[in-house]
Unconditional design. Structure first.
Length: 369
């Protein structure tokens, strides 16, 4: 890459938050580094409609999502350039203070240079389907105020159920914040003041359990809500809820054309588990009435579905780990009478042999060299 190539760090800090690139993820080319590692991914571009106003309004801001990710993630990666000039990344558990600044547990050996410019990257995998991420740029400092240390210790005990040696606590100032919705997605710079003033989502601590409950006990209702509330010609094979927040929920729609993401807004904001279930049940009942022609739709149909890019996790000259539900890959390969060589159930992924091309019927051909 030439020295004149643009960099995320060279981008001016926008106000308000702005997407770094307007090119859809489905149209982005694979990086040259990926090609050198021996993987070619050819993805078909997916045509998408313009989001309707209702859907665009019913989504937490990037600052809110970033705050939520930081609250939920148990650990992250601290990166600092050491005295020898080499960048070093170390994993660390952390808690966030009242303004969302991470407080890390680090030994003296892990602190390359106090007060030096640092970055801290955190991510939280939502229902095994999406991984929103947040990277904070700032300086690593040692808090000395007793009241600050006491509050951080209390938060640590609440989050991890154990006491923390206050001598091991370090804070990172929040000077710049980069938020990314998922792997292979464009990043968005968040104004620091918006990040610190935002509130994490009130449903965050039980959202995953609610999603699991809806998918297991109300799968038919989830599918019906999609069918009635979304305008689409897709031949749907399956619909799964992947996350829920105070303003609505996100679905992944599986079809022969790929996996698509769609946002379903609540009719009103919710703040607790009871409110979520009440809103979901009302939507489900209304969808049933519309399906049976007992009532007319009392909502604006959603017309925006976003193609969800299949993601590779790691690769080398001999193999590639490909992130798809094991059952789905098995089904696709069996449909094409192709066998796979090694199932990794603990990782939920498959190991493909080198020298083989797989057409997964998801708009992508994967050639393992």
């Amino acid at each position: 890459m030439s020295s004149s190539s643009p960099s995320l760090l060279s981008s001016p800090l926008p106000s308000p938050a702005t997407v770094l690139s307007k090119k859809p993820a489905s149209l982005r080319a694979v990086s040259s580094g990926t090609a050198r590692r021996g993987v070619r991914v050819v993805a078909a571009a997916a045509a998408t409609a313009t989001p309707v106003s209702a859907a665009s309004r019913a989504r937490p801001s990037a600052a809110e999502v970033a705050r939520t990710v930081v609250e939920l993630a148990p650990s992250g990666t601290l990166s600092v350039v050491g005295p020898d000039g080499w960048p070093l990344g170390v994993g660390a558990r952390f808690v966030a203070d009242a303004a969302g600044a991470p407080a890390l547990c680090l030994t003296a050996a892990e602190v390359a240079a106090p007060d030096a410019p640092s970055s801290f990257h955190v991510e939280f995998r939502q229902s095994g389907a999406r991984t929103p991420q947040c990277t904070m740029l700032g300086a690593l400092t040692k808090p000395s105020d007793e009241s600050v240390l006491k509050k951080l210790s209390t938060r640590w005990q609440k989050k991890f159920g154990e006491d923390i040696d206050q001598d091991l606590l370090y804070l990172i100032s929040v000077d710049r914040v980069l938020h990314t919705e998922d792997f292979n997605e464009d990043g968005m710079w968040v104004v620091p003041s918006e990040y610190t003033s935002a509130e994490p989502d009130p449903l965050r601590n039980f959202a995953e359990n609610l999603v699991e409950e809806f998918n297991s006990t109300s799968a038919e209702d989830v599918h019906r809500i999609y069918s009635i509330y979304v305008e689409s010609d897709l031949q749907v094979e399956d619909v799964k809820m992947i996350w829920v927040d105070r303003l609505g929920f996100d679905l992944h729609v599986h079809s022969g054309e790929g996996v698509f993401a769609v946002r379903i807004p609540f009719s009103r904001e919710v703040s607790d588990e009871k409110g979520v279930k009440s809103s979901f049940n009302m939507m489900s009942h209304h969808a049933w009435e519309v399906e049976k022609s007992y009532a007319s739709p009392e909502f604006e149909k959603i017309q925006f579905l976003k193609k969800h890019m299949l993601q590779y996790i790691a690769c080398c000259k001999m193999s590639i780990y490909y992130q798809l539900p094991v059952g789905k890959i098995k089904q696709l390969l069996q449909k094409k009478e192709r066998a796979f060589t090694n199932l990794l159930p603990s990782m939920g992924m498959l190991l493909f042999p080198a020298g083989t091309t797989y057409d997964l019927d998801h708009g992508c051909d994967i050639l393992v060299l």
